[in-house]
Write a protein that binds this ligand. Structure first.
Ligand code: KG4
Ligand code: ZN
Length: 344
């Protein structure tokens, strides 16, 4: 069973073809990705209208490249998974329209996929021995949540952010430090070159608080920079120290709350989403939780393979594709009802 995945929820256009053999083993036949970083760089963030247009331009080119590379054709495809949310409406619409355009004339089923479920299941895609129940920490530019996975489509959110996502906190702080978009990985690189330091302090999310909250960080970082501007921008060491402090104030609550859930429930952990590329987060979670799985970096960020994987899993489970719609907000807890009681 060959499944094509289409991802366009934000600023990456991703396509992939996954193959299921008769025993349910999955392999990636091919994947292509076009990042829009250079397009949005000069605006300091994603411009939704530009992002949509760029998806529209890239989709046919990438699709052609993918089929040429794999030597496959559309007639080989049994189903198409497409991201229907959460994400930017215009961007989602581009992916959906493209997928439907490919599928309708050929009667290929189109399966609506939740982007966050894609991130969550990227652990199982890479670690076939991993079976629910387990815990996932989803940390991306738009999402920060700890999710209990009890089966396909059976997700309970144990902790989520009340305001900004962890990636957003990285990016906003990086912006204040005049680092180019996307600032998260750049700030992290400076932080990694610094020694742990207590010279600067930033407020932490209260450890006893049930949820994450990162919106106060931006104001605190802005104040810290204002008070120490000259020193920060004249000394690379001090600049790196500030980056370390910011990174620590984001990573620490992520590690503390995740480790608590993992210990209490005695379950494996999967860390996914763009921020899971962060080396301090990886190191600290690996020290505190075992076993812990990190999908490869190319599948931590947005990609088409995770979307094809979700569609393939539901199709294998005999679930009829629900109607396609756009969901700019789409909590993963609602998936139990969305796919109905069609699967165990
Ligand atoms: O999952 P993703 O690719 O896109 C969304 O669905 O949001 O995540 C992108 C986010 C951005 O905020 C980016 O700054 C952050 O992940 N990110 C990082 C690192 N690499 C990417 N944040 C901290 N450290 C990194 N190494
Ligand atoms: Zn994502």
């Amino acid at each position: 069973m060959l499944i094509l995945g289409v991802e366009t929820s934000c600023d990456e256009t991703g396509l992939a073809i996954l193959d299921w053999d008769g025993d349910g083993n999955v392999s990636i036949k091919g994947e292509v990705l076009a990042s829009q970083v250079s397009l949005h760089e000069k605006y300091g963030g994603v411009v939704p209208e530009l992002a949509s247009r760029e998806h529209m331009r890239s989709l046919p080119l990438l699709c052609e490249e993918l089929f040429a590379r794999t030597g496959l054709s559309l007639t080989d495809i049994s189903g198409i998974g497409v991201t229907c949310g959460p994400g930017l409406k215009g961007c989602l619409l581009m992916g959906i329209t493209f997928a439907q355009g490919l599928a309708l004339p050929r009667n290929i089923p189109v399966f609506p996929v939740n982007h966050i479920e894609g991130h969550i299941l990227s652990g199982e895609l890479h670690e076939p021995s991993l079976k629910p129940p387990y815990i996932t920490l989803v940390v991306s530019g738009g999402h920060t949540e700890i999710v209990l996975v009890e089966g396909l489509g059976k997700y309970t959110c144990l902790c989520r952010t009340r305001d900004d996502a962890a990636g957003e906190a990285f990016d906003k702080s990086a912006n204040l430090l005049e680092l180019q978009y996307p600032g998260g990985p750049r700030l992290a690189a400076h932080a990694d070159s610094a020694n742990p330091s207590k010279r600067f302090t930033l407020p932490r999310v209260a450890r006893e608080m049930d949820d994450f909250s990162f919106s106060g960080l931006k104001t605190a970082v802005s104040l810290l920079i204002k008070r120490n501007r000259e020193e920060i921008f004249s000394s690379p060491e001090v600049f790196a120290e500030v980056c370390w402090t910011i990174q620590d104030s984001i990573v620490d609550p992520l590690v503390t709350k995740t480790a608590k859930e993992v210990k209490e429930r005695k379950l494996p952990l999967v860390v996914c989403g763009g921020v899971s590329a962060n080396s301090a987060l990886r190191r600290r979670l690996s020290e505190k939780c075992s076993p812990v799985y990190f999908p490869p970096l190319k599948h931590c960020v947005d990609n088409g393979a995770m979307i094809a994987y979700v569609a393939g899993r539901y199709l294998q489970a005999g679930v009829t594709p629900p109607n396609i719609d756009i969901f700019s907000r789409w909590p993963v807890e609602t998936l139990r009802d969305f796919y109905g009681a069609q699967h165990g």
